[in-house]
Design a protein around this ligand. Structure first.
Ligand code: ZN
Ligand code: ZN
Length: 367
């Protein structure tokens, strides 16, 4: 069992900063994070005032589950249309300011919300206010319960990779490798994959987000494998680039540059650094080697309940890195006619620097 009360405290602090009296949480990941509720439908109302109990509205399918998973929340039955229960959910607020999640509520949902809210008596009608990523910002800093789930997801990923590396042969298709990874992960405790694995051989690997094809893998091709298991909602993310049989001369040359970029970033990244500067650590190494234009994506990203979360490590990021974030470090070089090389670890950033959770060894090229 996680400790949702401390999560609630951290959210409440942010509500005061955002100048709202309560937050309406509609985003599914934020709902799970703040309440522990894993059902597929529900809204939270979290008052800034800790003496007022937070509410979880869900439909009849989940009432029992919600009461069990979210003991800190008062359960509201989403019975009938929203006009039937909106008043009950919003009542403790009176005429206060109610923040909604502007990056989650659609224009249509906002109109519906505004209309139903307008029907409440004036003395019980909160003002609807836009908020931006309040819970997402809290989620960027992981607590102990989350760290252990993330470590478990990474360990399953390491094991699945080791399995496929042992078993795969030239002639296997990319899809076959992807399925072998998933099969292994799921039969060893993963609830699924965090995303569809990328298995991209030869020139196909020059596309950073290539989908696995029904194409046989040949000896000597660079093979980008980007994969991650999901465990109790938490995602892992790892990339390794390998070759079956003998590689060509390009492979070690490019691989060493990417590895140096990866290691430089992993050694030098620290809390307090801007996420742009962190990106630059690796980008500089790749640019100095003459491949700056072939590293067309960001250095990394936060990982948690979602595969891509705050912060974003890239040239356009405005985030600042903080102790307690779990991030990936994943530089790559992509050569259109040839293929790609990417090396990705994920781990915890704390006051001592970056600590990788990923246990899968990286290739070491003979000097
Ligand atoms: Zn990845
Ligand atoms: Zn990633």
């Amino acid at each position: 069992m996680t400790a949702p009360s401390t999560r609630l405290d951290r959210i409440r602090q942010r509500l005061e900063q955002a100048n709202v009296d309560a937050l309406l949480v509609t985003n599914a990941h934020n709902r799970r994070y703040a309440s522990g509720f894993t059902g597929s439908n529900g809204w939270l109302l979290i008052p800034a005032d800790e003496t007022v109990s937070p509410k979880l509205a869900t439909d009849f399918r989940y009432l029992e589950q919600a009461a069990q998973e979210s003991p800190d929340f008062e359960i509201v039955n989403m019975n009938g249309g929203i006009e039937k229960w909106w008043g009950e959910l919003a009542r403790p607020l009176g005429r206060g300011r109610l923040g909604f999640e502007s990056n989650d509520v659609t224009v249509a949902a906002h109109k519906q919300l505004r209309d139903v809210n307008a029907k409440l008596p004036a003395s019980q009608r909160p003002a609807l206010v836009q908020t931006d990523q309040i819970v997402e910002q809290v989620r960027a800093l992981k607590d102990e319960a989350e760290l252990s789930l993330l470590r478990r997801a990474v360990a399953l990923t390491d094991d699945a990779f080791a399995h496929v590396q042992r078993t795969m042969q030239p002639g296997w298709t990319e899809q076959q490798v992807s399925w072998e990874i998933e099969q292994y992960a799921r039969s060893h405790g993963a609830e699924g994959m965090a995303f569809e694995s990328i298995v991209a051989a030869g020139p196909w690997g020059a596309r950073p987000h290539a989908r696995p094809r029904d194409e046989a893998i040949c000896e000597g091709q660079p093979i980008v494998i980007d994969m991650g298991a999901r465990y109790q909602g938490y995602c892992a993310d790892m990339t390794r680039t390998i070759v079956l049989g003998d590689h060509d001369d390009t492979f070690p040359r490019i691989y060493d540059i990417v590895l140096a970029a990866h290691e430089t970033a992993a050694e030098m990244v620290e809390p307090g650094m801007s996420a742009r500067d962190a990106d630059q650590l690796a980008r500089q190494v790749i640019s100095d080697a003459g491949y700056g234009d072939q590293f067309g994506h960001g250095l990394g990203h936060g990982v948690g309940l979602q595969i891509h979360e705050n912060p974003y490590l890239g040239m356009t990021s405005r985030d600042t890195l903080e102790s307690g974030m779990v991030i990936t470090i994943e530089p790559g070089i992509y050569l259109p006619e040839w293929g790609g090389i990417r090396i990705e670890d994920m781990g915890l950033l704390d006051d001592d620097g970056f600590h990788s959770f990923t246990g899968t060894p990286k290739l070491r090229m003979p000097a």
